[in-house]
Ligand binder design. Structure first.
Ligand SMILES: NC(=O)c1ccc[n+]([C@@H]2O[C@H](COP(=O)([O-])OP(=O)(O)OC[C@H]3O[C@@H](n4cnc5c(N)ncnc54)[C@H](OP(=O)(O)O)[C@@H]3O)[C@@H](O)[C@H]2O)c1
Length: 251
């Protein structure tokens, strides 16, 4: 079973999904956590919580600019200096307002960088280290939004689509090697990211069950994890809907 004695790297460690994954890994006796985020103060309660759950674990915090090439390089170098990485999860992201992205190219660029470019750079840097070490499991959180562009969130969806296509290629590259890459596609989930959707009464999956699906999927080395699993069927239909029907949907 994964995590006992293992060293875990989490990028975007303040994410609600990531926090619940970390708790599961802590419960199973992970030996070390390297928690990456942009704000050291926001990481403090997460470290305190994990330390109580896993008194045996060595917990290290790394902060930096997650959006710059040099920031990504420095963080991954520092994370790997501390020792081998058995499990890595890339979890950072933000849900932009689609209209703001349409009306302001700077916001459009930021959304693409936070949700697409930065996760891909982290994945590339971490996968390279794992490939050289000859072991490791890398989980990358994309979204069902990346499966087909929709008017309500296509800038975010484009960034997630990039992550999805990138992960497919990385899996192809590493096929036959001991390194596993799991692409995670959550549906709408109850986390701080979706607080506005919750206020509007949207149906959201509990973050605990989505995190459990991520942990299990990475344990099993699955290529793709839809969480909750019903989204695999929903997105299969959405992806295959003919354009004349799709264009009538307000989604
Ligand atoms: N919740 C959903 O419905 C849903 C659905 C599909 C996919 N996802 C994806 O799941 C992942 C986890 O999201 P979550 O739901 O757990 O959201 P969350 O609790 O709101 O966490 C978002 C994370 O992204 C980080 N982040 C946001 N903007 C950043 C920036 N500009 N630079 C660096 N870090 C930044 C946050 O760091 P700070 O704490 O410093 O702000 C935090 O760690 C994301 O990739 C998200 O796109 C979520």
């Amino acid at each position: 079973m994964a995590a006992s004695g293992q060293r875990v790297l989490i990028v975007g460690a303040t994410s609600a999904m990531a926090q619940h994954c970390a708790r599961a890994w802590a419960q199973r006796g992970a030996a070390a956590f390297i928690l990456v985020g942009r704000d050291a103060r926001r990481m403090e309660p997460i470290v305190a919580d994990l330390q109580v759950r896993a008194p045996q674990a060595d917990i290290r915090v790394l902060t930096g600019d997650l959006l710059s090439t040099q920031g990504v390089r420095d963080i991954v170098d520092q994370a790997c200096e501390a020792g081998r990485i058995d499990l890595a999860l890339i979890a950072h992201g933000s849900l932009p307002d689609q209209h703001d992205c349409q009306n302001d190219l700077e916001q459009c660029r930021t959304a693409l960088e936070v949700n697409g470019v930065s996760p891909v750079l982290f994945a590339e840097a971490i996968a390279g280290r794992m490939a050289r070490a000859g072991f490791g499991t890398l989980g990358i959180i994309s979204s069902v939004a990346g499966d087909r562009g929709r008017r309500s969130n296509y800038v975010y969806g484009a960034a997630k689509g990039m992550v999805t296509r990138y992960a497919q290629g990385l899996q192809h590259r590493l096929a036959g090697s001991p390194v596993r890459v799991t692409l995670i596609k959550p549906g709408p989930t109850d986390t701080p990211m979706t607080s506005q959707l919750r206020e509007r009464g949207a149906s959201l999956a509990p973050v605990e069950s989505v995190a459990a699906a991520i942990v299990t999927g990475m344990d099993q080395g699955r290529a793709v994890v839809y969480a909750p699993v019903k989204w695999a069927a929903i997105m299969m239909v959405i992806r295959h809907l003919p354009r004349f029907l799709f264009n009538k949907l307000d989604i």
